[in-house]
Design a binder for this molecule. Structure first.
Ligand code: ZN
Length: 159
């Protein structure tokens, strides 16, 4: 495993559309392992492949609910309600802003074995799913934030 360099705001790669994954090679498995390691090292709760410079539709999420989610080619099927709160991003280090997201989402994705599954999330998990899926379309939370970027006062969760 290896820590990968996290691309930050201003890097063009964060603005590109990611391609769907068609097969899981050894390189892809390595990428997924590295993404988890990179995310944990940076104290994040989610990371998308373009954040480490790879334009593939791969997301990893760990909101400390006891699961390590791998979402490949994710597609949001349903969303309900709304939640407004602080959101950060490992690609915008040291900052956060207020972002409104759905309170609930249901997503369909492939796991690391290309098995299809559905995942439902509320609260932080719903926020993380929406945030990471947006990365795959080249979108960042700064595009949809309310007000200005604020400096983090202490360790805040970033995705
Ligand atoms: Zn992010």
């Amino acid at each position: 495993m290896a820590i990968r360099q996290i691309r930050t705001l201003g890097d063009d790669i964060l603005r590109k559309e990611c391609k769907p994954v068609k097969e899981i090679s050894r390189r892809t498995k390595q990428l997924i392992e590295d993404m988890f390691e990179t995310m944990y090292e940076a104290n994040g709760v989610g990371l998308a492949a373009p954040q480490v410079g790879i334009l593939k539709q791969i997301v990893v999420i760990d909101v400390e609910d006891g699961n390590q989610y791998v979402l490949i080619n994710p597609e949001i099927l349903e969303q309900e309600g709304s939640q407004t709160g602080p959101e950060g991003c490992l690609s915008v280090p040291g900052k956060h802003a207020t972002v409104t997201r759905p309170a609930y989402v249901k997503v369909r994705a492939l796991d690391e074995n290309l098995e299809e599954y559905e995942l439902e999330g509320e609260e932080l998990l719903a926020r993380a799913i929406c945030h990471e899926c947006a990365h795959l379309r080249g979108e960042l939370y700064v595009d949809v934030m309310e007000g200005e970027l604020m400096d983090n006062e202490e360790e805040e969760e970033e995705a």
